[in-house]
Design a protein around this ligand. Structure first.
Ligand code: SF4
Length: 301
């Protein structure tokens, strides 16, 4: 079921005047997500840029109840809250809001535990592919060849495949989204919120400072990531994999936009070798072969 205009709150709960950098993708994502969630939510914010964007109490820019917490503890705290809400008959699914570092690396143990227990929480990973709050270091989610503060010569390994790792936990709902396609993002958040049990949404949030591009191009990079098939828009629900309309062209290699279109706007790939470009193309090819096999029912998850 697609999201209609009446399903969206016209009051974003992220208040204006945040301390985020210009063009911040997390601001865009949070504004859209709050319009999909409406009023009935509590946030557990894992350490990162979002904790800074939130600002000092009592003048927080998040117009939600917020618990700030250390990297490794977000899902555990949310699980406790979910149990408490249930005992009090409150229909609130706690939302964990974490970056890729807090998800793929430091916070992974408690994330995996909450998924395995099927705790009734919504986990949102805002994936800017680096530890941006500490100056843009390599994370498990940084892609092959990207230059970061700790990989000045380009990362040697591929991006960790978090959405499929979460699917392997057999949770009710896993989805990917991008700030380039906000309607799709809001649609998935609304669904993830409504499903009983653990749901996980990973949002690609191109970061003007870590990726080194003009801050006016955040949404454009979010779109190019999808159009070049670097970032698939997918959903996993009740054991089935679905591909969002914006990514359907990726099933056929011939209709994918060249990855160079995505890379050429980013300083982190400036002067990159043909070998790195081929490595990224291989990564995309293999990822889509796997998605296609699951989508066509040749591989059962
Ligand atoms: S570093 Fe990136 S994620 Fe952090 S506030 Fe700036 S633009 Fe937003």
């Amino acid at each position: 079921m697609s999201l209609g205009i009446r399903d969206i709150s016209n009051k974003p709960r992220l208040l204006p005047g945040t301390s985020a950098c210009p063009g911040c993708p997390e601001n865009i994502a949070l504004k859209a997500i709050s319009m999909a969630l409406g009023e009935n939510a509590v946030f557990i914010v894992v350490a990162g840029c979002s904790s800074i964007i939130q600002g000092m109490g009592p003048k927080s820019t998040y117009n939600y109840p917020v618990l700030n917490i250390a990297f490794a503890a977000g899902p555990a705290a949310a699980a406790g809250m979910a149990k408490a809400f249930k005992l009090r008959n409150k229909d609130i699914k706690p939302v964990v809001w974490a970056g890729d570092g807090g998800t793929a690396d430091i916070g992974f143990a408690s994330l995996s535990g909450a998924a395995e227990r099927n705790d009734n929480i919504l986990y949102i990973c805002v994936d800017n592919e680096a530890y941006m709050n500490t100056g843009g270091h390599r994370s498990g989610s940084t892609p092959f060849g990207a230059k970061t503060a700790s990989t000045p010569g380009g990362k040697k390994e591929n991006k960790k495949d978090l959405p499929f790792i979460m699917i392997a936990h057999h949770v009710p709902y896993v989805a990917t989204a991008s700030v380039g396609y906000l309607h799709d993002l809001m649609d998935k958040i609304k669904k993830a919120r409504s499903i009983e049990g653990f749901s996980y949404v990973q949002v690609l949030t191109p970061d003007p400072y870590g990726w080194m591009f003009d801050p006016s191009k955040t949404a454009e990079l979010g779109k190019l990531a999808v159009q070049t098939c670097y970032w698939p828009l997918i959903e996993y629900e009740n054991g089935k994999l679905f591909i969002s309309q914006e990514s359907m062209h990726c099933l056929d290699k011939r209709t994918r936009k060249p990855i160079k279109e995505f890379l050429k706007l980013q300083g982190r790939y400036k002067g990159v070798s043909e070998e790195v470009i081929r490595g990224l193309e291989d990564y995309i090819d293999r990822m889509w072969e796997r998605i296609k096999s699951i989508y066509e029912g040749k591989v059962i998850l």
